[in-house]
Design a protein around this ligand. Structure first.
Ligand code: SD4
Length: 316
């Protein structure tokens, strides 16, 4: 085959997939602001997002408002202030945000700042970067007026001291609930946020999926928004949230897209993973989907005045 003919054939070959993967033209859900958030604490937290909508906030404002609720609750052992520490007894936080323009911000391994989601938003809006980590993230937060505080509560310290006696290996589902929030405002625009104190008693310096754009969260304003909770290492390895968005772009229903992404994890673990991963998906047309690997998973959906907790059963 002559080179020119080969190029012609290749070009035709490439044209077909790009036509297939060029978006799904879902009808946009408008005038019907929504919130989808992980776990039962999402139900209370959604109220802050609904209030943000009532005050004229957009999807990003609402998602941030929801995420700040568990972050600011010292009794919540898995997010922000009061989160369980790492093996050294240090509370280290991960968070990210993504808006309808495809802009994103993130902080990881952040210490002593109560609201990492708001620092992530500052990174997105006021810097040229996407991600700040550790000491640099803390310094940036302080420079932006965030107050420093000790995030280790007595309750979390006691739990850590008890754990130290056995040093039993934990997985996130035993001690943990991350909040991922997906928001759609009255214009139909999408945004999301995700925030966590990560895997309890993790190695010092460990970062999970929650601050990684495409893993713990992904938003594509043409297709949908996806967030997740569960064993971050597995979500990072499968670029989970991005994968679910891309599957929806190909025409998968939101729940089918979540299940398909989980099937890849199941396959890698020979059909028998011993940990949890759960996805929530909000498609551009307002359709919600979810799936989890095992046991069950609860998530809260707010639509207009209604705010309700739902349960989904594990695939295995
Ligand atoms: C992490 N994905 O740090 C988080 C943990 C989690 O419910 O979501 N727990 O790996």
């Amino acid at each position: 085959m002559k080179r020119r003919d080969f190029l012609k054939t290749s070009a035709v070959g490439l044209a077909a997939p790009s036509a297939v993967f060029s978006g799904t033209n879902y009808k946009t859900n408008k005038n019907n602001p929504m919130l989808v958030s992980t776990w039962p604490f999402g139900l209370i937290a959604n109220k802050a997002g609904l209030e943000a909508y009532q005050n004229g906030g957009n999807a990003m404002d609402a998602a941030e408002a929801v995420a700040r609720v568990p972050e600011g609750d010292p009794n919540e052992l898995s997010v922000g202030w009061g989160g369980l520490p790492d093996e050294q007894g240090k509370v280290t936080l991960d968070a990210c945000v993504m808006d309808s323009t495809g802009n994103a911000g993130s902080v990881a391994f952040l210490q002593n700042i109560k609201h990492p989601v708001s620092v992530a938003r500052k990174v997105m809006e006021d810097t040229k970067h996407v991600m700040l980590v550790g000491e640099g993230a803390r310094q940036f937060a302080v420079s932006q007026g965030f107050e420093e505080m000790d995030l280790l509560t007595d309750k979390a310290k006691k739990a850590w001291e008890k754990w130290k006696k056995t040093r039993k290996e934990m997985t996130p589902h035993e001690t943990h609930d991350t909040i991922a929030v997906l928001a759609q405002d009255e214009n139909g625009d999408l945004a999301g946020a995700c925030t966590t104190s990560g895997w309890a008693y993790k190695l010092h310096g460990r970062v999970g999926d929650s601050p990684i754009i495409g893993a713990g969260l992904y938003v594509d304003n043409e297709v949908g928004a996806v967030g997740c909770t569960g064993l971050g290492e597995e979500v990072i390895k499968s670029t989970g949230s991005f994968l679910v968005v891309e599957l929806m772009r190909q025409g998968y229903d939101p729940t089918a897209a979540c299940e398909e992404a989980l099937k890849r994890i199941i396959k890698r673990h020979n059909g028998n993973p011993d940990f949890q991963v759960a996805y929530i998906a909000l498609r551009k047309d307002g359709k919600v989907g979810t799936a989890c690997l095992k046991w069950s998973f609860e998530y809260a959906v707010a639509r207009g005045e209604k705010n309700k907790l739902y349960k989904t059963k594990g695939m295995l």
